[in-house]
Structure formats: structure tokens, C-alpha cells
Design a protein around this ligand. Structure first.
Ligand SMILES: Cc1cc2nc3c(=O)[nH]c(=O)nc-3n(C[C@H](O)[C@H](O)[C@H](O)COP(=O)(O)O)c2cc1C
Length: 272
């Protein structure tokens, strides 16, 4: 089993230490190989907001840097850990730049079946909102099965022993949960939000053949535009979620049809 750690911290500090404790515990429980992707060391230029990846494919992105090879590593991995310090009550700038560059995956989700775990460290506050947002992006938009998350409160310099022990307990518990999920490798039923997001997106993408042919082709080739397809994975879907999802799809489809006369940028921004 291969697990990548996408490291959003610019230093070998608290977030790295938390990840190391987490990694050691996971490896005690299961045979997983870990690799760090240090975003700080990558050639990763900021998104220019040109919409080229959405409309013409990520291969046409004006930046030809390390992002493509990181995505290939994520494709090959069984699991990905996303780790970030809380900076100004948010994820680090490094991780945000990475996420922005992968925005097109929100249109063409590709990580279904892969297990993700989220780690945030903070001086005082902010882990809850950071982890919630990361979960939405990696799970809701990119397709990962987000197994769980852990936030730890740290301190610059030496930490009191009870704080160290408390964090170790939190990280060990999180790691055991992740190791179990990696070992089981079981498909999970999609949540309400995931089902709604799928149908909402399908309503839009189904109308995008001309405006956004890359997204349209991707969904078509996956079979996701077919009426018989209930969800983007074969996992069983709660019938109530399905009914609400279909209502969302219909509303979005009609809305997208009306908007097709607008400029490409207008259409693209309306469906993100
Ligand atoms: C630039 C910067 C901004 C920070 N912003 C916050 C913040 O908004 N809230 C908070 O509780 N701690 C904040 N902290 C503290 C860090 O979240 C905390 O020390 C974290 O564990 C650092 O991880 P690192 O060693 O991997 O960089 C900040 C630290 C830095 C350097």
C-alpha cells in the first residue's frame, strides 16, 4: 500500500512532527509505504485563473511545472494525507496554491476509492474550519473517501508534557482509524452532500458539451451522464438522497440551459 503525505507546511516543524507520529502509528498497524510531497520544494506556480484547464484540459495549462507529476503520484497511491498548519485561521498558502491548481478536478473528480486523511496543527484555534474546508475539497470535490481528520494544538518551542501526551493520543487514535480503512479498503456509501454534489454537477455538465467539451467528454466516458448511473461509484445510494439529488439535477439542468447564451467565462464560473 502506498500513501502520500501532501505537506502544506513550509518547514519541518509542528505539522511534520504530527505527520511523523501519525505515520509511525499507521505503520505499526499496517504495511503502508509513505512518501512526503513537500510542496515548498516543488516547482508550483500560482493559478492564473485563465480557465484553460476547465475548458481545454489540464495538459494545456500555461504552467508546465511539477503539478502534473504530483497528480500522477496521487493517481498511483492508495491513500493521501493532506497536512497543513493553521495560518491566519486558514490552510497554508502553499496548500491553497496546490488546491487552486487542481480546481479542474472539481469538474472531473478522479480519486474515488482512495482513502484520504486530514491533519491540521495550530497554535490556538482554527483547525475545525480548516479541516471542514479541506474535507469538502478533497472529498466532496475531488472524490476521495475522507476517512477522518485530526487537529492538534501545538506550541512554539518545547510543549508541556500533558499537551504532548494528549496530542500523541489524538494522533494514535486517528492513525489506527486510517490504518483500518487502508487495510479494509472497503467502498463506502456516499454521504448526502456527496450525492447532491454529483447530481448538481451532472445537471450542469450534461449541458456543457459545447462550452466545456473536456468536462463533458470526461463525464460521458465515465458513464456518469447515463440515466442508469446512480452515482459515480458502484456503491449503494440511499433512496431518499437519490430522489433529492434528481430534483437538484433537474433544477441545475434548466438553469444551465438558460445560461448557455452567456460568455464562456460566465458559464464556467456559474458551474464551479
Ligand atoms: C504565519 C503564521 C500564521 C499563524 N496563524 C495562526 C492562526 O491564525 N491561529 C492559530 O491558532 N495559530 C496560528 N499560527 C500558529 C501555527 O498554526 C502553529 O504553530 C502550527 O503548528 C505551525 O505549524 P508548522 O510548524 O508546521 O508551521 C500561525 C503561525 C504562523 C507561522
Amino acid at each position: 500500500m502506498k500513501v502520500l503525505i501532501i505537506m502544506g507546511s513550509p518547514q519541518k516543524g509542528n505539522t511534520f512532527r504530527a505527520c511523523e507520529e501519525f505515520r509511525e502509528q499507521v505503520q505499526r498497524e499496517c504495511a503502508a509505504e509513505f512518501e512526503y510531497i513537500w510542496l515548498k520544494d516543488m516547482d508550483m506556480r500560482p493559478c492564473r485563473g485563465c480557465y484553460v484547464c476547465f475548458q481545454h484540459g489540464e495538459g494545456k495549462c500555461p504552467h508546465q511545472d511539477d503539478i502534473g507529476s504530483i497528480v500522477r503520484k496521487m493517481d498511483e497511491a492508495d491513500g493521501v494525507v493532506f497536512a497543513s498548519p493553521v495560518y491566519s485561521n486558514n490552510i497554508s498558502g502553499l496548500l491553497k496554491t496546490f488546491i487552486d491548481r487542481l480546481s479542474y478536478i472539481g469538474h472531473r473528480p478522479r480519486f474515488h476509492g482512495k482513502k484520504a486523511f486530514l491533519i491540521a496543527t495550530t497554535g490556538m484555534f482554527g483547525t475545525r474550519s480548516v479541516l471542514k474546508n479541506l474535507s469538502f475539497v478533497t472529498g466532496g470535490m475531488w472524490g476521495f473517501d475522507v476517512v477522518g481528520s485530526v487537529g492538534v494544538v501545538t506550541k512554539k518551542g518545547e510543549m508541556p508534557r500533558d499537551r504532548v501526551e494528549h496530542n500523541s493520543r489524538l494522533l494514535a487514535k486517528a492513525a489506527r482509524k486510517y490504518a483500518r480503512a487502508l487495510a479494509l479498503n472497503k467502498a463506502r456509501r456516499p454521504t448526502f452532500i456527496e450525492v447532491i454534489t454529483f447530481y448538481w454537477a451532472r445537471g450542469v455538465i450534461s449541458q456543457m458539451e459545447e462550452v466545456s467539451p473536456v468536462d463533458y467528454r470526461y463525464w460521458k466516458e465515465k458513464g456518469w451522464l447515463s440515466k442508469e448511473t446512480r452515482y459515480c461509484t458502484p456503491a449503494p445510494v440511499n433512496p431518499l438522497y437519490l430522489a433529492i439529488g434528481k430534483a437538484f439535477e433537474s433544477i441545475q439542468r434548466n438553469k444551465a440551459r438558460k445560461e448557455m447564451g452567456t460568455s464562456p467565462a460566465g458559464v464556467a464560473s456559474s458551474c464551479q
